[in-house]
Design a protein around this ligand. Structure first.
Ligand SMILES: [Zn+2]
Length: 206
């Protein structure tokens, strides 16, 4: 349970490396079923009512099985979460990341792919529709092409990971705010891959 003196993270005391360690520790608790459900309840709401200082940004999929606050065992005000099918970094997502970095001081971005991602499978299978899905799939197609060139076919997990890495590169290279913070060593953007059954998040080496 939440201790009375539970640390209240602020951006000032949490570097990208420390933020990453918090996420790793929280995921370890989740995998082992030793979750603490920190930073919930009425007092936490009051503490955050004047300002928010999320220590990490998570760009993840809208998939109902991949819930960042749960899989990293975090609470209210801890994570700045962006969820969209296929964890694509379109303009709205990039703008949201810029906001958190520039105005909230957050120093870590995690791009979180996962097993059996339906959006990536749709891109691999060219499952085009008459609706807006096509525009979303267009963000994933470069990873599909990369996978086909590397292997001759597309393994879903490889394509998800390639897509995660491409989104990491997109975020890191976006001028001027994000690229500047990355070059200065303030901001880290890290790729990760989530396994559905075990709950384990693998932080990938890019
Ligand atoms: Zn997905």
């Amino acid at each position: 349970m939440l201790a009375a003196n539970q640390t209240y993270y602020t951006v000032e005391n949490l570097t990208a490396e420390a933020a990453l360690q918090e996420l790793k520790d929280g995921n370890d608790r989740y995998v082992l079923d030793h979750v603490e459900h920190p930073h919930e309840g009425a007092q936490r709401r009051v503490d955050l009512s004047s300002a928010q200082h999320p220590f990490a940004i998570v760009l993840g999929c809208a998939d109902s099985r991949v819930v960042p606050e749960l899989i990293f065992d975090q609470g209210v005000g801890d994570l700045f979460v962006l969820r969209v099918a296929g964890h694509i970094a379109d303009d709205a997502v990039i703008a949201s990341i810029e906001f958190a970095v520039e105005h909230l001081g957050t120093r870590l971005v995690v791009v979180l792919g996962h097993e059996k991602c339906g959006a990536v499978m749709a891109a691999i299978n060219h499952a085009f529709s008459e609706g807006k899905l096509n525009s979303l799939i267009s963000y994933i197609e470069p990873a599909v092409k990369a996978g086909q060139q590397a292997n001759g076919d597309c393994v879903i997990s490889d394509t998800v990971k390639a897509h995660v890495n491409l989104m990491v590169s997109e975020i890191q290279s976006t001028e001027p705010i994000l690229s500047h913070e990355v070059k200065n060593g303030i901001l880290k953007v890290v790729p990760a891959y989530y396994r559905l059954a075990t709950g384990k998040v693998e932080f990938m080496n890019k």
